[in-house]
Design a protein around this ligand. Structure first.
Ligand SMILES: Cc1cc2nc3c(=O)[nH]c(=O)nc-3n(C[C@H](O)[C@H](O)[C@H](O)COP(=O)(O)OP(=O)(O)OC[C@H]3O[C@@H](n4cnc5c(N)ncnc54)[C@H](O)[C@@H]3O)c2cc1C
Length: 388
């Protein structure tokens, strides 16, 4: 097994510092303004792409940096630690993995170099549906093969960054559920070009935070048969293959959020004087911050363990899931400690705490809600009876 110590290498520390420096060129006002207008951080994502950070996980032979998940995790952590929102771009890192692992050589050569250079953007991942929610195998969107095309019909909900992407990874049913042995069979993954795709209507949804999220309606949308990734009917297992990377990366968003809240809370409560002393001297203010800091550090250890196992090619399902859960909960504790420490100012837009508070909350719910992570740990890690 590779090195399992938890210290970062010199290269990883330098990477963190460089990402933080790039992020600082997009100050809090930038994110605040976009949040108010619910606009996509084009300039930030473009800078991140040009610097090669979004292509961290794309192998060098396809034009990427060929780094590990640990490095990708540190990049996302620093974005959120700096006050930005990696949610605008983190998906490309894990969606691309499905193409890399299960796409044909032709598909990889066609898409990966263009994703690495920024010529194409793949930030959209269409899984969730109004009638199936977390129960993915019950999704109802169908893709029916007719000659050299598939015809797609159905609805998706909460699909982010569709209007900012050229490509979308889509999960649809290609064999009706009553014709398969296991309900996990008969689902297929497609990498589709959504620029001007006829039969696809995109309706933006105004959400609690700036997340470019949409409802999608497919009505006889025709996509080339060549957009199928891997084998027809095996899509669910391809999506599952990408889950560990997704969990580790999303945990890193939360760890970055948590660190931002702690830094803000410590700075503010150390200088704000009420009743003749800094509010941070009061244990009612200090202890929740200290407690949240410990939780973030613990989540970091679990995230790092998961990432090291992943990069060493070892199985890491329990660690990746636990990291996502622990980090999302720790960030939420840090968010509450931070907003409490700021009193009324925590609710004022110019302090950014309320914006980060809204952004950090998402990861308790998406891309998988924490109840389902607990069900995974209870049922698959501890072997307890199944609830579904
Ligand atoms: C801002 C935002 C962006 C998103 N972006 C995307 C995207 O780009 N692509 C995409 O495919 N999806 C996306 N999602 C969807 C997200 O992944 C889902 O919202 C999430 O998986 C939960 O599905 P649901 O909302 O249908 O909740 P449901 O499945 O209806 O669950 C509702 C609640 O019930 C509880 N619950 C359900 N079943 C169980 C159970 N068996 N045991 C215990 N508790 C249970 C959970 O706590 C859950 O919070 C996004 C969501 C949001 C809010």
């Amino acid at each position: 097994m590779k090195d399992m110590s938890f210290a970062l290498t010199d290269e990883q520390r330098a990477l963190k510092a460089a990402v933080y420096e790039l992020c600082k060129q997009h100050p809090p006002e930038y994110w605040r303004d976009l949040d108010a207008k619910r606009e996509y951080p084009e300039a930030f994502v473009s800078d991140l792409t040009k610097a090669g950070y979004l292509a961290a996980l794309i192998p060098q032979e396809y034009g990427g940096a060929g780094l590990g998940i640990m490095e990708a995790a540190l990049i996302l952590e620093e974005i959120n630690r700096s006050g930005g929102n990696a949610g605008a771009c983190h998906a490309q890192m894990y969606i691309m993995g499905t193409v890399l692992r299960h796409g044909s050589e032709t598909q990889k050569k066609q898409y990966l170099p263009k994703l690495a250079s920024g010529e194409l953007r793949l930030q959209a991942f269409g899984v969730t549906e109004p009638n199936s929610g977390s129960d993915t195998t019950k999704l109802q969107t169908t893709a029916v093969r007719t000659g050299d095309r598939y015809v797609v019909n159905g609805q998706k909900i909460f699909i982010s960054r569709v209007l900012q992407s050229d490509l979308m990874l889509l999960l649809a049913r290609t064999t009706p559920v009553d014709q398969v042995k296991n309900r996990t069979d008969g689902l297929s993954v497609f990498l589709i070009d959504i620029r001007g795709l006829k039969g696809l209507e995109v309706r933006p949804l105004r959400m609690m935070m700036n997340h470019s999220t949409n409802a999608l309606f497919f009505d006889q949308a025709e996509i080339p048969a060549a957009s199928l990734i891997g084998q027809e009917g095996k899509g669910f297992s391809y999506i599952l293959d990408g889950m560990n990377a997704e969990r580790i990366l999303v945990a890193s968003d939360s760890i970055g959020d948590g660190r931002w809240f702690i830094e803000k809370a410590v700075a503010y409560s150390s200088q704000r004087v009420i009743f003749g002393r800094p509010i941070g001297a009061n244990q009612g203010v200090q202890f929740p911050i200290a407690k949240a800091h410990m939780a973030i550090e613990a989540a970091d250890l679990m995230r790092t363990k998961a990432a090291k196992l992943f990069d060493a090619g070892q199985s890491c399902g329990p660690e990746a899931n636990m990291a996502k859960y622990l980090a999302a909960e720790a960030a939420w504790d840090a968010a509450n400690a931070c907003i409490d420490a700021h009193g009324g100012y925590g609710y004022a837009e110019e302090y950014d705490v309320e914006r980060k508070f809204r952004e950090a909350r998402l990861y308790k719910t998406a891309p998988i809600n924490n109840n389902l992570v607990m069900a995974y740990v209870g049922e698959h890690v501890l072997g307890m009876p199944r609830s579904y």
